[in-house]
Design a protein around this ligand. Structure first.
Ligand SMILES: [Zn+2]
Length: 340
Protein backbone atom coordinates (compact mmCIF):
# COMPACT_ATOMS: atom_id res chain seq x y z
CA UNK A 1 0.00 0.00 0.00
CA UNK A 2 1.18 3.55 -0.72
CA UNK A 3 2.56 5.79 1.98
CA UNK A 4 -0.86 7.22 2.78
CA UNK A 5 -4.07 5.27 2.65
CA UNK A 6 -7.65 6.19 3.45
CA UNK A 7 -10.33 4.10 5.10
CA UNK A 8 -13.88 4.62 3.91
CA UNK A 9 -17.39 3.32 4.61
CA UNK A 10 -19.44 1.48 1.95
CA UNK A 11 -19.67 3.82 -1.06
CA UNK A 12 -23.27 2.70 -1.70
CA UNK A 13 -25.03 2.54 1.70
CA UNK A 14 -22.52 4.16 4.07
CA UNK A 15 -22.30 1.15 6.39
CA UNK A 16 -18.95 0.54 8.12
CA UNK A 17 -19.57 -3.19 8.52
CA UNK A 18 -17.64 -5.23 5.95
CA UNK A 19 -15.98 -8.61 5.56
CA UNK A 20 -12.73 -9.31 3.65
CA UNK A 21 -13.55 -10.52 0.12
CA UNK A 22 -10.42 -10.70 -2.06
CA UNK A 23 -6.80 -9.71 -1.72
CA UNK A 24 -4.65 -9.06 -4.79
CA UNK A 25 -1.22 -7.60 -4.09
CA UNK A 26 -1.83 -4.39 -2.15
CA UNK A 27 -5.47 -4.27 -3.20
CA UNK A 28 -7.93 -5.34 -0.50
CA UNK A 29 -11.54 -5.83 -1.48
CA UNK A 30 -14.25 -6.04 1.16
CA UNK A 31 -17.94 -6.93 1.01
CA UNK A 32 -20.45 -4.65 2.70
CA UNK A 33 -22.40 -6.44 5.43
CA UNK A 34 -25.50 -4.33 4.71
CA UNK A 35 -25.88 -4.10 0.93
CA UNK A 36 -23.35 -6.59 -0.47
CA UNK A 37 -21.30 -3.96 -2.34
CA UNK A 38 -17.73 -5.03 -3.11
CA UNK A 39 -15.23 -2.21 -2.70
CA UNK A 40 -11.55 -1.52 -2.10
CA UNK A 41 -10.71 -0.55 1.48
CA UNK A 42 -8.43 1.08 2.43
CA UNK A 43 -7.47 2.98 -0.71
CA UNK A 44 -4.30 4.95 -1.60
CA UNK A 45 -4.68 8.68 -0.90
CA UNK A 46 -3.69 9.68 -4.44
CA UNK A 47 -6.51 7.52 -5.86
CA UNK A 48 -9.03 9.13 -3.52
CA UNK A 49 -7.99 12.65 -4.51
CA UNK A 50 -7.58 11.98 -8.23
CA UNK A 51 -3.95 13.18 -8.11
CA UNK A 52 -2.92 9.80 -9.52
CA UNK A 53 -4.76 10.48 -12.78
CA UNK A 54 -3.26 13.89 -13.31
CA UNK A 55 0.20 12.35 -12.88
CA UNK A 56 -0.68 9.37 -15.13
CA UNK A 57 -2.38 11.59 -17.70
CA UNK A 58 0.42 11.95 -20.21
CA UNK A 59 1.71 8.41 -19.84
CA UNK A 60 -1.41 6.43 -20.50
CA UNK A 61 -4.31 8.61 -21.60
CA UNK A 62 -2.21 10.36 -24.22
CA UNK A 63 -0.25 7.35 -25.47
CA UNK A 64 -0.73 7.08 -29.25
CA UNK A 65 -2.30 3.61 -28.88
CA UNK A 66 -4.89 4.79 -26.34
CA UNK A 67 -5.76 7.93 -28.31
CA UNK A 68 -6.11 6.03 -31.55
CA UNK A 69 -8.45 3.49 -30.00
CA UNK A 70 -10.45 6.18 -28.12
CA UNK A 71 -11.03 8.14 -31.31
CA UNK A 72 -11.88 5.09 -33.45
CA UNK A 73 -15.53 5.15 -34.46
CA UNK A 74 -16.25 1.74 -32.92
CA UNK A 75 -15.00 2.76 -29.46
CA UNK A 76 -18.19 4.49 -28.30
CA UNK A 77 -20.70 3.03 -30.75
CA UNK A 78 -22.73 1.22 -28.05
CA UNK A 79 -22.73 4.22 -25.76
CA UNK A 80 -23.74 6.53 -28.62
CA UNK A 81 -26.61 4.26 -29.69
CA UNK A 82 -27.97 4.11 -26.15
CA UNK A 83 -27.45 7.84 -25.65
CA UNK A 84 -29.23 8.80 -28.90
CA UNK A 85 -32.17 6.59 -28.02
CA UNK A 86 -32.85 8.54 -24.83
CA UNK A 87 -31.41 11.97 -25.58
CA UNK A 88 -31.91 13.17 -29.18
CA UNK A 89 -30.67 16.73 -28.46
CA UNK A 90 -29.51 19.08 -25.73
CA UNK A 91 -26.65 20.32 -23.59
CA UNK A 92 -24.41 17.38 -22.60
CA UNK A 93 -21.74 17.19 -19.92
CA UNK A 94 -19.33 14.23 -19.95
CA UNK A 95 -17.73 13.76 -16.52
CA UNK A 96 -14.34 12.04 -16.65
CA UNK A 97 -14.23 12.78 -20.36
CA UNK A 98 -10.50 12.01 -20.67
CA UNK A 99 -9.38 12.92 -24.21
CA UNK A 100 -12.94 13.89 -25.17
CA UNK A 101 -13.65 11.10 -27.66
CA UNK A 102 -17.28 10.44 -26.69
CA UNK A 103 -18.25 14.10 -27.06
CA UNK A 104 -16.23 14.38 -30.24
CA UNK A 105 -18.13 11.46 -31.82
CA UNK A 106 -21.47 12.82 -30.58
CA UNK A 107 -20.85 16.21 -32.12
CA UNK A 108 -19.42 14.72 -35.31
CA UNK A 109 -22.33 12.31 -35.78
CA UNK A 110 -25.12 14.80 -35.04
CA UNK A 111 -23.61 18.27 -35.37
CA UNK A 112 -26.77 20.33 -34.97
CA UNK A 113 -28.29 18.43 -32.07
CA UNK A 114 -25.92 18.92 -29.17
CA UNK A 115 -23.98 21.45 -27.20
CA UNK A 116 -21.12 19.65 -25.46
CA UNK A 117 -18.81 20.12 -22.48
CA UNK A 118 -16.24 17.77 -20.96
CA UNK A 119 -14.58 17.71 -17.56
CA UNK A 120 -11.86 15.57 -16.03
CA UNK A 121 -9.54 15.51 -13.05
CA UNK A 122 -6.58 14.85 -15.37
CA UNK A 123 -5.26 17.96 -17.15
CA UNK A 124 -3.23 16.60 -20.10
CA UNK A 125 -6.14 14.69 -21.72
CA UNK A 126 -8.23 17.89 -21.53
CA UNK A 127 -5.55 19.74 -23.52
CA UNK A 128 -5.92 17.06 -26.16
CA UNK A 129 -9.74 17.25 -26.08
CA UNK A 130 -9.53 21.00 -26.70
CA UNK A 131 -7.17 20.46 -29.60
CA UNK A 132 -9.91 18.30 -31.17
CA UNK A 133 -12.51 21.03 -30.69
CA UNK A 134 -14.16 19.64 -27.54
CA UNK A 135 -14.88 22.43 -25.00
CA UNK A 136 -13.75 21.54 -21.49
CA UNK A 137 -14.17 22.74 -17.96
CA UNK A 138 -11.13 22.47 -15.69
CA UNK A 139 -11.42 22.15 -11.96
CA UNK A 140 -13.34 20.04 -9.50
CA UNK A 141 -16.65 18.73 -10.80
CA UNK A 142 -17.97 18.73 -7.24
CA UNK A 143 -17.42 22.50 -7.05
CA UNK A 144 -19.12 23.24 -10.33
CA UNK A 145 -22.00 25.58 -9.53
CA UNK A 146 -25.29 26.34 -11.18
CA UNK A 147 -25.44 30.11 -11.81
CA UNK A 148 -28.35 30.67 -9.45
CA UNK A 149 -26.60 29.24 -6.41
CA UNK A 150 -22.98 30.24 -7.00
CA UNK A 151 -23.41 33.64 -5.31
CA UNK A 152 -24.46 32.04 -2.05
CA UNK A 153 -21.07 30.55 -1.10
CA UNK A 154 -19.62 31.50 2.27
CA UNK A 155 -16.02 32.82 2.53
CA UNK A 156 -14.84 29.43 3.91
CA UNK A 157 -16.41 27.42 1.09
CA UNK A 158 -14.16 26.52 -1.84
CA UNK A 159 -14.77 28.76 -4.85
CA UNK A 160 -17.42 27.36 -7.13
CA UNK A 161 -16.59 26.85 -10.78
CA UNK A 162 -18.98 28.86 -12.93
CA UNK A 163 -21.24 26.75 -15.06
CA UNK A 164 -21.80 27.84 -18.62
CA UNK A 165 -25.56 28.11 -18.96
CA UNK A 166 -27.19 27.81 -22.33
CA UNK A 167 -29.36 30.73 -23.25
CA UNK A 168 -32.38 30.06 -25.40
CA UNK A 169 -35.65 31.62 -26.40
CA UNK A 170 -38.68 31.48 -24.13
CA UNK A 171 -40.72 33.83 -21.99
CA UNK A 172 -39.42 32.60 -18.64
CA UNK A 173 -35.87 32.07 -19.85
CA UNK A 174 -34.49 28.53 -20.00
CA UNK A 175 -34.01 26.43 -16.90
CA UNK A 176 -30.33 26.40 -15.93
CA UNK A 177 -28.52 23.10 -16.16
CA UNK A 178 -27.72 20.21 -18.44
CA UNK A 179 -30.05 18.00 -20.43
CA UNK A 180 -27.76 15.00 -19.92
CA UNK A 181 -24.69 14.09 -17.86
CA UNK A 182 -22.63 11.00 -18.69
CA UNK A 183 -20.22 8.90 -16.62
CA UNK A 184 -18.61 6.37 -18.97
CA UNK A 185 -16.39 4.05 -16.90
CA UNK A 186 -15.86 6.66 -14.21
CA UNK A 187 -17.83 5.70 -11.07
CA UNK A 188 -15.58 2.68 -10.41
CA UNK A 189 -12.66 5.10 -9.97
CA UNK A 190 -14.36 7.37 -7.41
CA UNK A 191 -13.81 7.20 -3.66
CA UNK A 192 -17.22 8.82 -3.11
CA UNK A 193 -19.39 8.03 -6.14
CA UNK A 194 -22.54 9.12 -4.31
CA UNK A 195 -21.35 12.73 -4.09
CA UNK A 196 -20.78 12.75 -7.86
CA UNK A 197 -24.28 11.43 -8.52
CA UNK A 198 -25.74 14.04 -6.19
CA UNK A 199 -23.80 16.76 -7.97
CA UNK A 200 -24.98 15.47 -11.35
CA UNK A 201 -28.53 15.58 -10.01
CA UNK A 202 -28.06 19.21 -8.94
CA UNK A 203 -26.63 20.21 -12.33
CA UNK A 204 -29.38 18.57 -14.41
CA UNK A 205 -32.59 20.23 -15.46
CA UNK A 206 -35.67 18.55 -14.06
CA UNK A 207 -36.35 15.59 -16.32
CA UNK A 208 -32.65 15.58 -17.33
CA UNK A 209 -30.86 12.30 -17.98
CA UNK A 210 -27.84 10.68 -16.40
CA UNK A 211 -25.93 7.74 -17.94
CA UNK A 212 -23.65 5.63 -15.72
CA UNK A 213 -21.54 2.80 -17.16
CA UNK A 214 -19.33 0.67 -14.90
CA UNK A 215 -17.62 -2.74 -15.11
CA UNK A 216 -20.04 -5.51 -14.14
CA UNK A 217 -18.86 -7.55 -11.16
CA UNK A 218 -21.20 -10.37 -12.22
CA UNK A 219 -19.64 -10.60 -15.68
CA UNK A 220 -18.50 -13.85 -17.25
CA UNK A 221 -14.93 -12.52 -17.06
CA UNK A 222 -15.11 -12.02 -13.28
CA UNK A 223 -16.80 -15.40 -12.81
CA UNK A 224 -14.12 -17.19 -14.82
CA UNK A 225 -11.09 -15.28 -13.63
CA UNK A 226 -11.94 -13.99 -10.16
CA UNK A 227 -9.17 -11.75 -8.83
CA UNK A 228 -6.97 -12.68 -11.81
CA UNK A 229 -9.07 -10.41 -14.02
CA UNK A 230 -6.97 -7.38 -15.00
CA UNK A 231 -9.74 -4.96 -14.08
CA UNK A 232 -9.50 -6.06 -10.48
CA UNK A 233 -6.71 -3.56 -9.81
CA UNK A 234 -5.67 -0.53 -7.83
CA UNK A 235 -7.40 2.08 -10.04
CA UNK A 236 -10.81 0.46 -9.56
CA UNK A 237 -12.12 1.35 -6.12
CA UNK A 238 -15.73 0.13 -6.59
CA UNK A 239 -16.97 -3.21 -8.00
CA UNK A 240 -20.62 -2.74 -8.91
CA UNK A 241 -23.31 -5.18 -9.94
CA UNK A 242 -26.62 -4.09 -11.47
CA UNK A 243 -28.11 -4.38 -7.97
CA UNK A 244 -25.56 -2.26 -6.12
CA UNK A 245 -25.42 0.31 -8.94
CA UNK A 246 -29.20 0.62 -8.80
CA UNK A 247 -29.07 1.00 -5.01
CA UNK A 248 -26.53 3.83 -5.46
CA UNK A 249 -28.59 5.83 -7.94
CA UNK A 250 -32.26 5.26 -7.24
CA UNK A 251 -32.75 7.47 -4.20
CA UNK A 252 -32.20 10.48 -6.46
CA UNK A 253 -33.18 9.24 -9.90
CA UNK A 254 -35.84 7.28 -11.70
CA UNK A 255 -34.33 4.22 -13.40
CA UNK A 256 -35.31 4.20 -17.10
CA UNK A 257 -33.19 1.32 -18.36
CA UNK A 258 -30.50 -1.14 -17.27
CA UNK A 259 -28.36 -2.68 -19.96
CA UNK A 260 -25.34 -5.00 -20.10
CA UNK A 261 -22.78 -4.32 -22.83
CA UNK A 262 -19.34 -5.23 -24.19
CA UNK A 263 -17.46 -8.48 -24.13
CA UNK A 264 -13.73 -8.93 -24.68
CA UNK A 265 -12.74 -12.59 -25.10
CA UNK A 266 -9.09 -11.63 -25.75
CA UNK A 267 -8.80 -10.14 -22.28
CA UNK A 268 -10.29 -13.28 -20.72
CA UNK A 269 -7.93 -15.49 -22.68
CA UNK A 270 -4.84 -13.42 -21.83
CA UNK A 271 -5.64 -13.15 -18.13
CA UNK A 272 -6.36 -16.88 -17.97
CA UNK A 273 -3.09 -17.66 -19.73
CA UNK A 274 -1.02 -15.23 -17.67
CA UNK A 275 -2.67 -16.17 -14.39
CA UNK A 276 -3.45 -12.63 -13.34
CA UNK A 277 0.00 -11.06 -13.63
CA UNK A 278 -0.01 -7.29 -13.63
CA UNK A 279 -0.78 -5.77 -17.03
CA UNK A 280 1.10 -2.56 -17.78
CA UNK A 281 -0.65 0.51 -19.17
CA UNK A 282 1.38 0.11 -22.36
CA UNK A 283 -0.02 -3.41 -22.79
CA UNK A 284 -3.56 -2.24 -22.08
CA UNK A 285 -3.12 0.39 -24.77
CA UNK A 286 -1.67 -2.06 -27.28
CA UNK A 287 -4.52 -4.52 -26.75
CA UNK A 288 -7.15 -1.80 -27.10
CA UNK A 289 -5.58 -0.79 -30.38
CA UNK A 290 -5.49 -4.38 -31.62
CA UNK A 291 -9.11 -5.21 -30.73
CA UNK A 292 -10.25 -1.90 -32.22
CA UNK A 293 -8.41 -2.78 -35.44
CA UNK A 294 -10.06 -6.24 -35.51
CA UNK A 295 -13.48 -4.66 -35.23
CA UNK A 296 -12.79 -2.45 -38.25
CA UNK A 297 -11.61 -5.15 -40.65
CA UNK A 298 -14.02 -6.23 -43.39
CA UNK A 299 -12.87 -9.84 -43.53
CA UNK A 300 -13.83 -10.17 -39.87
CA UNK A 301 -17.55 -10.03 -40.79
CA UNK A 302 -18.45 -13.67 -39.92
CA UNK A 303 -16.38 -13.51 -36.73
CA UNK A 304 -18.04 -10.21 -35.95
CA UNK A 305 -21.44 -11.79 -36.33
CA UNK A 306 -20.51 -14.61 -33.96
CA UNK A 307 -19.01 -12.08 -31.58
CA UNK A 308 -22.18 -9.96 -31.59
CA UNK A 309 -24.31 -13.04 -30.99
CA UNK A 310 -22.15 -14.00 -28.01
CA UNK A 311 -22.21 -10.46 -26.66
CA UNK A 312 -26.00 -10.34 -26.98
CA UNK A 313 -26.41 -13.70 -25.25
CA UNK A 314 -24.15 -12.62 -22.37
CA UNK A 315 -26.00 -9.32 -22.15
CA UNK A 316 -29.34 -11.14 -21.92
CA UNK A 317 -28.05 -13.08 -18.90
CA UNK A 318 -26.40 -10.06 -17.30
CA UNK A 319 -22.92 -11.51 -17.89
CA UNK A 320 -21.42 -8.91 -20.24
CA UNK A 321 -18.37 -6.86 -19.19
CA UNK A 322 -20.22 -3.64 -18.29
CA UNK A 323 -23.50 -2.60 -16.80
CA UNK A 324 -25.05 0.74 -17.73
CA UNK A 325 -28.04 2.53 -16.24
CA UNK A 326 -30.06 5.32 -17.81
CA UNK A 327 -31.51 7.64 -15.17
CA UNK A 328 -33.97 10.48 -15.15
CA UNK A 329 -34.02 13.31 -12.67
CA UNK A 330 -37.49 13.28 -11.22
CA UNK A 331 -39.47 16.34 -12.23
CA UNK A 332 -40.04 18.59 -9.29
CA UNK A 333 -43.54 19.68 -8.32
CA UNK A 334 -43.97 23.38 -9.26
CA UNK A 335 -43.85 24.52 -5.59
CA UNK A 336 -40.33 23.13 -5.10
CA UNK A 337 -38.92 24.33 -8.35
CA UNK A 338 -37.60 27.61 -6.96
CA UNK A 339 -35.54 25.95 -4.24
CA UNK A 340 -32.89 24.53 -6.59
ZN1 LIG B 1 -23.25 -1.11 1.65
Amino acid sequence: MNARSIHRPCPVCGSATAEPHWQKGDLRLVRCGECGMIYANPIPADMASGAFYDAAGKDYYLSPAKLESDYAEVRFERELRLFRKHCPRGFVLDVGCSSGAFLFQLKKGWPGDYEILGTDVSGPPLDYAESRGVPVMRGDFLQMGVEKTSAATSPEAPPSVPLPVRRGAGDQGPEAGFDAITFWAVAEHLAEPKRFLEQAHALLKSGGLCFVLVPNFRSLAVRLLGARYRYVYEQHLNYFTAQTLTALVTPKFELLETRFTHFNPVVIWQDWRDNGREVSNAERGALLKRTTAYKQKGWMKPAKWAYRATENALAAFGLADNVVVVLKKRSLPPTERGSF
